[in-house]
Design a binder for this molecule. Structure first.
Ligand SMILES: [Zn+2]
Length: 240
């Protein structure tokens, strides 16, 4: 009997299905969730079909929710220039800020106004780096696992989250120069299938939803996952 496409798609997952990629504990006998990577809160309706999903333990799923709320609310405030729910472009950011006055106040307090030399008032938002980076690493783990079947259980050696506008020209050039895959990904991996079919690829990036989220994986011994969120924030996570 011919293998169905579904079973080929799942082939690289089967080996590791039994562990949570975030806490390394076995999923057997534990409550689990199908977790979207990236979180749907970073996308906009109507959602694309076939979003990447990985199964993780419920405890991790719940454990990330405050970080994810912070991430989407903070990014929403930065993109709209305000913590006012009414002014948000993102529906989730609007809902989160409206429903959580303490979070709204905390983000408002992180807003710094300053005068440029030309006398213009500008705004800088000071992020809670720990929370932002936890979400960035969570998504990168999900991408590595979903695309390559690799559970990256160790801590990454490098994590970065920086607005594209805050980078120097050289940093931006480096960020967008894609090395591609120098190692040969195994035939059953999703990334390999994508490389063959070109599915969802644009200029070397896997586009989850245009304008909202795209990512790229380098796999040359170590794994490097880069993502661009809202065409504003550049993120990068590297494992040995
Ligand atoms: Zn877990």
């Amino acid at each position: 009997m011919a293998r169905s496409l579904k079973s080929i798609e799942d082939a690289s997952d089967l080996r590791h299905k039994s562990w949570c990629i975030h806490c390394s504990r076995t999923l057997h006998g534990r409550s689990t969730n199908r977790d979207h990577v990236p979180s749907q809160s970073l996308l906009s309706r109507p959602f694309p079909t076939q979003l990447p999903v990985v199964e993780i333990c419920t405890e991790c799923n719940v454990g990330f929710s405050l970080d994810e709320q912070y991430f989407v609310a903070f990014l929403g405030a930065v993109l709209s220039g305000s913590t006012d729910p009414e002014l948000q472009r993102s529906e989730v950011a609007a809902r989160t800020l409206a429903g959580n006055p303490a979070l709204q106040a905390r983000i408002e307090a992180a807003k710094k106004e300053y005068l440029t030399l030309g006398g213009e008032t500008r705004i800088l938002w000071m992020p809670d780096d720990e929370r932002i980076k936890r979400v960035v690493v969570k998504n990168a783990r999900g991408h590595a696992y979903y695309e390559l079947g690799e559970p990256m259980l160790d801590d990454p050696i490098f994590v970065k989250a920086i607005p594209l506008a805050s980078m120097t020209d050289e940093e931006r050039e480096d960020f967008f120069s894609l090395q591609g895959i120098s190692g040969w990904p195994e035939a059953g991996s999703r990334l390999m299938s994508r490389l063959v079919t070109g599915d969802d690829f644009e200029d070397g990036w896997i586009v989850v939803q245009r304008g909202h989220y795209r990512y790229h994986l380098d796999h040359d011994g170590g794994i490097r996952v880069r993502a661009v969120v809202a065409e504003y924030l550049a993120t990068e996570v590297v494992w040995d």
